[in-house]
Design a protein around this ligand. Structure first.
Ligand SMILES: [Ca+2]
Ligand SMILES: [Ca+2]
Length: 564
C-alpha cells in the first residue's frame, strides 16, 4: 500500500527502507494525509433545483439479483465503477460492469451479530481509497461482553484494485453500548468537503426513547450520550479518531464533543448532496410519523431535530405513543422536518440521495427517498427557500426496500433486503414540446404569392397523454386558402378562419406536422409576423412565430462607390 504513494523512480530497496522508517516514526500507515480542519465549507451553490416541476417518471431497472439481505450500496470513488453492496449478515459484495461477483469483497460474518435491526449496516470508503486502501464499516458486535454494541471499524486492504479484499489491518475505532437490539442507526458517510466521517446513531432502542439505558428525557435530547445523534469525527490519518475542533459542542460543558446533530430517533439512512454538501436524514418514526430532516451544507452543525420532544411535526409523549393527533408544535431551538408522513403512506422511512448523475439531467438536484413498509418512493425538491414539494414516483414491494445508494457517477440505486435485488433508478425525460417549430415556404414574398406554413410539434420527452391544442390567428395581409389546413395526426378546425385550430393527443408520436396555405394580399412594404400558440396541457402555453418580408413597391437608391 505504501509503495503506491512513493515516486516510481526510487530503487526498490530505498523504497522499502523509507517505508519502514515511515512506519517506525509514525506508527500507523500514513499513505493518506492527516486531515486539516479548514476544508469544512462547500462552495456557495444555489440550492433550488433546476428540475422545477418533478414532471418526470422514474422506474426501477434490475441490475442484479442474488444478494442476501442487502442493506447498503456505495462505491469506492476509485474510478473502477464498482458498486459495493453491504449484506446485513456481514459481507460486502461487488457488482462490476453490472454483474454480481460470486466471491465477497469482505466477509466478517464471524464477528457480526445479525439480524433484525442488527448486522453489518453500512460501509464508507475513504475519499482516497484508490491509494490508501482504507474503508470503514458500521456493524453490530457479537463478541462476548460487547454483544449488540455498535462498532465502527477501519479496514486497510493490500490492493485497492482487488475485488476480494486482502485485509492488512482491522481496527475498532469506536464501540458504542446499545441498550436494546433496535434503533442502531447504521449509516456512515464521509462529508464531501470536510472529509470527516459522519455516523448515524439511533436512540438505543426499545420504544419511546425511554426505559433502561435511556436518559430521563430520552437519549435523543441527552447531550452526554452518543445515542440519538449524528456524530462527526476525524478518522483519516488517526490511530482511532479525533474530534474536529470545529464540531459544534467542543466548548459546551456536558456535551459529548463527537455530536454533530442531536434529537434523532433512528437515522437509519442519511446522505450528502455531493454538489452542495446539504445533508438529508431519514429519521424513522415511532407509532405515527416518518420524517426527512435537512441540514444545509453551510451549517456549522448543532441542529436539534426534535426527538423525543416531537415526532414529525407534532408533540410526542412517551406515555401516549399511540396518539397521532398531538398538537402541532415548533419548539424553540428545534429544526423541523422538511416533510413528514403518517401510516397511510408508510411505516419506516428510508432516506435516499440527491441525484447528481449524468444520465438523466432533468433529475439533477432532486432528492429521492422511500419507505420500507409501503415500498413507496418519492421525489422531493426545494421550490423556494424553505418550501419543499414531494411527489410519489414509484413503488416496489412492501417490506423490501432497505436502502438507496449512489455510484461514482452519481447514478442512484435501491436495494430490496427481502428480494435480494439491486435496482438502478432510471428515468424518462418529461414531456417537452419546446423543440417545436413554425416555418414558411419562403421568407420574401410579393402580393399574390401563395405560401405554405408548416408547424412541427416535436416531443423530446416521454409520451404525451394530454390533449395538446394549437391556435394560429392569421395576421392581416394573409388570406387562408379554404380547406388547406392538414395535420399528420389529430383534428383540424378551420371553421373560424382566419383563426385556425388543431388538437390531438400525441402519445408516442415524436413529431406531428400541421400545414396550411395562404395567399399574400398586401403590397405594402412591411414584415408580416404570423404566430401560433401551443397549449401543451401539461405545461404553460408558448408561441412560435415566423416573419416574412414583403417586397412591395420597389424603391431604387443610387449606389455611390467611394474609395474604390
Ligand atoms: Ca439499539
Ligand atoms: Ca424530528
Amino acid at each position: 500500500m505504501l509503495r503506491r504513494t512513493l515516486p516510481l523512480c526510487l530503487p526498490p530497496l530505498v523504497a522499502v527502507v523509507f517505508a519502514l522508517w515511515l512506519w517506525a516514526v509514525l506508527g500507523v500507515p500514513q499513505a493518506y494525509p492527516a486531515h486539516a480542519d479548514s476544508l469544512a465549507h462547500p462552495p456557495a451553490i444555489p440550492r433550488i433545483s433546476s428540475a422545477g416541476s418533478l414532471t418526470f417518471t422514474i422506474s426501477l431497472s434490475q441490475v442484479t439479483s442474488g444478494l442476501t439481505a442487502p442493506v447498503d450500496v456505495t462505491h469506492a470513488g476509485d474510478g473502477s465503477g464498482r458498486l459495493f453492496v453491504v449484506e446485513q449478515t456481514g459481507r460486502i459484495r461487488v457488482v462490476k460492469n453490472g454483474s454480481l461477483l460470486s466471491a465477497p469483497f469482505l466477509n466478517i460474518t464471524n464477528i457480526v451479530q445479525c439480524c433484525g435491526e442488527r448486522g453489518l449496516l453500512s460501509a464508507a470508503f475513504d475519499p482516497e481509497y484508490e491509494t490508501n486502501g482504507t474503508f470503514y464499516v458500521n456493524y453490530t458486535a457479537n463478541a462476548a461482553g460487547n454483544v449488540g454494541d455498535t462498532v465502527i471499524a477501519r479496514y486497510v486492504v493490500a490492493n485497492p484494485a482487488a475485488d476480494v479484499a486482502t485485509v492488512l489491518t482491522a481496527t475498532n475505532l469506536i464501540t458504542i453500548d446499545q441498550p436494546q437490539s433496535n434503533h442502531n442507526g447504521g449509516q456512515l458517510q464521509f462529508g464531501p468537503f470536510d472529509h470527516y466521517l459522519y455516523i448515524g446513531m439511533g436512540d438505543g432502542g426499545g420504544s419511546g426513547d425511554s426505559g433502561s439505558g435511556h436518559a430521563p428525557g430520552g437519549n435523543g435530547q441527552s447531550p452526554d450520550t452518543l445515542l440519538g445523534k449524528i456524530l462527526r469525527v476525524n478518522v483519516r490519518g488517526m490511530p482511532t479518531y479525533t474530534v474536529p475542533a470545529s464540531n459544534p459542542f467542543t466548548q459546551t460543558a456536558g456535551y459529548r464533543p463527537e455530536i454533530w446533530a442531536l434529537g434523532l430517533r433512528n437515522p437509519w439512512r442519511f446522505s450528502f448532496d455531493r454538489l452542495t454538501g446539504d445533508m438529508y436524514i431519514g429519521d424513522v418514526g415511532q407509532n405515527c410519523y416518518e420524517e426527512i430532516d435537512f441540514q444545509p451544507g453551510t451549517s456549522q452543525g448543532g441542529e436539534n431535530y426534535g426527538w423525543r420532544l416531537m415526532e414529525g411535526f407534532r408533540a410526542f409523549d412517551p406515555a401516549d405513543m399511540g396518539n397521532c393527533n398531538q398538537p402541532i408544535v415548533a419548539p424553540v431551538g428545534v429544526t423541523l422536518p422538511i416533510t413528514a408522513y403518517g401510516r397511510s403512506l408508510g411505516s419506516t422511512v428510508i432516506g435516499g440521495y440527491v441525484y447528481r448523475g449524468a444520465a438523466y439531467p432533468w433529475l439533477r438536484g432532486v432528492y429521492f427517498f422511500g419507505d420500507f413498509g409501503s415500498g413507496r418512493m418519492w421525489a422531493m425538491e426545494q421550490v423556494s427557500p424553505g418550501n419543499w414539494v414531494s411527489v410519489e414516483k414509484e413503488q416496489i414491494g412492501g417490506s423490501d426496500l432497505t436502502s438507496f445508494g449512489e455510484d461514482e457517477a452519481g447514478e442512484l440505486y435501491a436495494v430490496g433486503g427481502a428480494s435480494g435485488i439491486l435496482y438502478q433508478i432510471v428515468s424518462t425525460a418529461p414531456s417537452d414540446l419546446s423543440l417545436s417549430t413554425k416555418s414558411a415556404s419562403t421568407v420574401i414574398a410579393d402580393a399574390g404569392n401563395v405560401l405554405t406554413y408548416t408547424i412541427v410539434l416535436r416531443n423530446s420527452g416521454e409520451a404525451i397523454a394530454d390533449t395538446v391544442r394549437l391556435t394560429d390567428v392569421l395576421p392581416s395581409g394573409l388570406t387562408y386558402q379554404p380547406g388547406s389546413l392538414t395535420a399528420t395526426l389529430g383534428s383540424v378546425d378551420d371553421s373560424a378562419a382566419s383563426t385556425l385550430k388543431w388538437n390531438g393527443v400525441p402519445l408516442n408520436t415524436p413529431t406531428i406536422t400541421i400545414t396550411y396555405i395562404v395567399t399574400v394580399t398586401t403590397s405594402a412594404t412591411q414584415a408580416v409576423s404570423n404566430t401560433v400558440t401551443i397549449h401543451p396541457g401539461f405545461a404553460a402555453p408558448f408561441t412560435r412565430s415566423v416573419t416574412i418580408l414583403l417586397n412591395g413597391p420597389r424603391i431604387y437608391f443610387p449606389i455611390v462607390f467611394k474609395n474604390r
